[in-house]
Design a protein around this ligand. Structure first.
Ligand code: IMP
Ligand code: MG
Length: 173
């Protein structure tokens, strides 16, 4: 079926909020060695923009994680545990594009702690306002949104629309 996209958050609004978020993170981690973990593919663009607004030295690691097919979660997270050995004794800031059911963030926080991280905090571009079964609140977030399926600024529908510079709601025509 044909899709259409309604603009929800503009490019300039995203940019402004990320500048503020970067300043807060810079302040909070000024006395620590910060290691950012980017969950691919969705948080690639958000992480790239946010990193430029963090004004202290940062280590970056990326992890490929997936759970979604089309517009819904499969309920199963795919990733490689052996990719997490770098977390040992590090102050980790875990970055994801969107907090939805909470499965991705809660699972990865648990895994990163198990891998021996010194501390773990989370940062998301979007916090979907739903009554989630897994109770998890991000430490840092850019925007709250309603329970809608969004694309752009890194987020996809079946692999498409990640390249949109704004965030839009995807609907059937
Ligand atoms: P959770 O594990 O249910 O919290 O979902 C988090 C992951 O699902 C995110 O990292 C996204 O990749 C994907 N996701 C959830 N909602 C959306 C959406 O509205 N648009 C695109 N991807 C989404
Ligand atoms: Mg994702």
């Amino acid at each position: 079926m044909d899709k259409h996209i309604t603009k929800l958050i503009t490019q300039s609004a995203i940019k402004n909020v990320i500048i503020g978020l970067g300043a807060t993170i810079t302040h909070d981690y000024r006395k620590r060695d910060l290691t950012v973990v980017c969950l691919l593919d969705g948080s690639l663009i958000f992480t790239a923009h946010l990193l430029q607004q963090i004004k202290i030295p940062v280590n970056l690691y990326s992890l490929k994680v997936s759970s979604y097919e089309g517009k819904s979660s499969t309920g199963q997270l795919k990733y490689k545990t052996e990719d997490l050995i770098f977390c040992k004794n590090k102050d980790i800031l875990l970055i994801d594009d969107i907090l939805d059911s909470g499965l991705t963030l809660s699972t990865m926080v648990k895994e990163i702690k198990t891998a021996g991280a010194k501390s773990v905090r989370t940062c998301v571009l979007l916090d979907k306002q739903i009554d989630r079964q897994i109770k998890i609140e991000p430490d840092y977030k850019a925007f709250d949104i309603e329970n809608e399926f969004v694309v752009g600024f890194g987020m996809d529908y079946n692999g498409l629309y990640r390249n949109l510079p704004y965030i839009g709601v995807l609907k059937d025509k």
